[in-house]
Design a protein around this ligand. Structure first.
Ligand code: GUN
Ligand code: ZN
Length: 437
């Protein structure tokens, strides 16, 4: 399965995906000129249309499976891997009771390495091939995750959390040093192979004005870095921001004033926004990372998919582990469906399964400005893909046999599927990518 330029699904019941490997590339470049590069998709389409042209290419056969783009997780915290499912009264007590204590441990390089290895395995087990990840406030945590991702040749974006106030000892950083550390980490990692750096103020309440504006200056100085933060997740958080930034029109406006809304800026949650905020996101090409399992778990509220649609605000799906309860994109899509669902007592948008799927792949890539590299299966894109098994469990298999359309099959996977349905995750073979993302 792949998508057209409008995000509509294209499906061949008997398909063929051709990938350039380093070996094949070496062989073909000695015999004829080739425009493809190792690690990239050469062709995707129906077997009958393509197989003659690629008769010499060795193939792996996946009968009764679906090959699809790797999932993109647009917002996830790797230092929160060990606190999934920690219950609290809401966001702010949860941060205080579980999150900050857990993140304190990431000053230890060995702890950070151990969790980074597990975290990346968990992404891959769930078919996630690219993620935009919060590290902790310790540079060690960033180095650990980038090191592991580089070894596995993953396309991954992360950054050191900036939080110089309203944070306990152990995670609180120093204003000036935090900005120096950020710049150093940008130089060390950004655009190295498949890695990218995200300037990462945790959220407005935990950054001083000086730190937030400093982050904005770095974002201007390094325009192809990413920005990630949180906005408008919880009503207590909103009231707090109002007292800290009384002059701002809205919570989102705090980030606008600091120069933190621009292409490649991603804000988690975006629940309690108004239409002026949503239009501001649209106009500045800033995207929302929508995390329904997290919002349901913490009782934060419900993302308004209809309002996002009518204002044109870009959005894509995310796990937000550890407030989010699952690494599995199938479960995130199901939660998004529940949250959006129009019902007799609630207006809403009943999202089609292929729309949910697009918002966990191609739309995520577009939000990151990486749609010419990942998020779809088209010639020239990087060969990060998943192989799905619609027969992974007895019930899913039974239901899949009754599916008459692609939409029915995708719904069966979303509703009944879990990690077992991800039969294989394929990462593009190591390639000499140009640094221009
Ligand atoms: N707001 C500030 N920090 C966090 C975090 O770690 N998780 C969530 N869900 N919201 C936040
Ligand atoms: Zn988050």
């Amino acid at each position: 399965m792949r998508f057209d330029s409008q995000g509509q699904p294209l499906f061949d019941s008997d398909g063929l995906l051709i990938v350039e490997t380093a070996l094949a590339h070496a062989a073909s470049s000695t015999t004829k000129a080739t425009s493809s590069r190792p690690g990239l998709i050469v062709a995707a389409g129906s077997y009958s249309a393509l197989h003659r042209q690629y008769a010499e290419v060795p193939t792996t056969h996946w009968p009764r499976h679906i090959i699809a783009p790797g999932f993109i997780d647009l917002h996830v915290h790797y230092p929160q891997t060990d606190i999934i499912g920690a219950p609290a009264d809401g966001l702010l007590p949860w941060l205080e009771q579980y999150t900050f204590p857990a993140e304190t441990h990431f000053s230890s390089d060995s702890h950070a390495q151990e969790v980074a290895v597990f975290f990346l395995q968990e992404l891959l087990r769930n078919g996630v091939t690219t993620a935009l990840v919060f590290a902790s406030s310790h540079p060690e945590s960033v180095n650990a995750l980038f090191t592991q991702a580089q070894q596995q040749h993953l396309r991954l974006i992360t950054g050191k959390v900036l939080q110089d106030r309203n944070s306990p000892e152990g995670v609180r950083d120093d204003t000036e040093q935090s900005l120096l550390d950020t710049e150093q980490l940008i130089h060390r990692w950004h655009q190295h192979e498949r890695l990218g750096y995200a300037i990462t103020p945790r959220f407005a309440p935990t950054s001083s004005h000086q730190q937030l504006y400093g982050a904005g200056e770095l974002a201007l100085q390094y325009p192809d870095t990413w920005i990630q933060s949180h906005v408008a997740e919880n009503l207590d958080e909103l009231r707090w921001v109002k007292t800290l930034y009384p002059q701002a029109r809205s919570y989102l406006d705090v980030y606008r004033q600091a120069g933190l809304l621009r292409p490649r800026a991603i804000y988690a949650h975006c629940i309690h926004l108004d239409d002026a905020d949503r239009r501001l996101m649209h106009d500045t090409h800033t995207a929302a990372a929508v995390s329904p399992t997290s919002n349901l778990f913490l009782g934060s509220g419900f993302f308004d998919f209809a309002a996002a649609k009518h204002t044109g605000m870009p959005w894509a799906l995310a796990s937000d582990v550890g407030a989010g309860t699952s690494f599995c994109p199938l479960q995130t899509m199901l939660a998004a469906y529940y949250v959006g669902r129009e019902g007799q007592t609630k207006e809403g948008l009943s999202l089609a399964p292929s729309t949910l799927w697009w918002h966990h792949t191609g739309a995520g890539a577009a939000a990151l400005g990486l749609h010419n590299h990942i998020g779809n299966l088209q010639p020239g894109l990087e060969a990060d893909f998943v192989v799905l098994d619609p027969h992974a469990s007895p019930l899913l298999s039974r239901r899949s046999q009754q599916a008459n359309t692609l939409q029915e099959q995708l719904f069966a996977l979303i509703v009944l599927g879990d990690q077992r349905a991800i039969a294989h995750t394929h990462i593009a073979p190591r390639i000499a990518l140009s640094n221009a993302l």
